[in-house]
Ligand binder design. Structure first.
Ligand code: UDP
Ligand code: MG
Length: 138
């Protein structure tokens, strides 16, 4: 059993697509084992996006991610990290194939509906960043 962290971003929430996106993950066989709404603050965003915090697009990304509440959740299943990223599609929604979550619902390279951890190691770090152990039911 492998876990990953997802964040339904402000564009997903504002378009009322949280149910549609969660449905894709659940229909693919993943269990929802933790979830909460959070309004992400600059300090947490800088930590979460440390790998790109020095890139020119980071201020705009932080403004976007902090503009309204997001749904942070943990999915569990088989080969979860890789398969959830496959369901999402590539970062740039305009290049993501139809049938992927970003390809169907995303706007561009920044406004792209959903975050998902990119490795098992990062999934563990990210889950611990957003959830206390007692909040994860797996
Ligand atoms: N991002 C952006 N501009 C870029 C690349 C990324 O605004 O040129 C944003 C986008 O929202 C992306 C997030 O930064 O989802 C994290 O980037 P990463 O490279 O980790 O992509 P992901 O893992 O989300 O596909
Ligand atoms: Mg990433």
């Amino acid at each position: 059993m492998e876990k990953t962290l997802i964040i339904l971003k402000p564009d997903c929430m504002e378009k009322r697509l949280a149910g549609a996106v969660l449905d894709r993950f659940q229909k693919a066989g993943f269990d929802l084992v933790a979830a909460k709404l959070m309004h992400l603050k600059p300090t947490l965003l800088k930590e979460h996006y440390a790998h790109i915090a020095d890139r020119p697009f980071f201020p705009a990304l932080a403004t976007f991610m902090g503009k309204s509440p997001v749904l942070v959740a943990v999915l569990a299943g088989e080969n979860t990290v890789a398969r959830v990223r496959e369901l999402l599609g590539p970062t740039d929604s305009t290049k993501a194939p139809k049938g992927t979550i970003r390809g169907d619902y995303g706007t561009d390279v920044s406004v792209n509906i959903c975050h998902a951890s990119d490795s098992i190691e990062n999934a563990e770090i990210e889950i611990a960043r957003f959830f206390a152990p007692g909040e994860v039911f797996a």
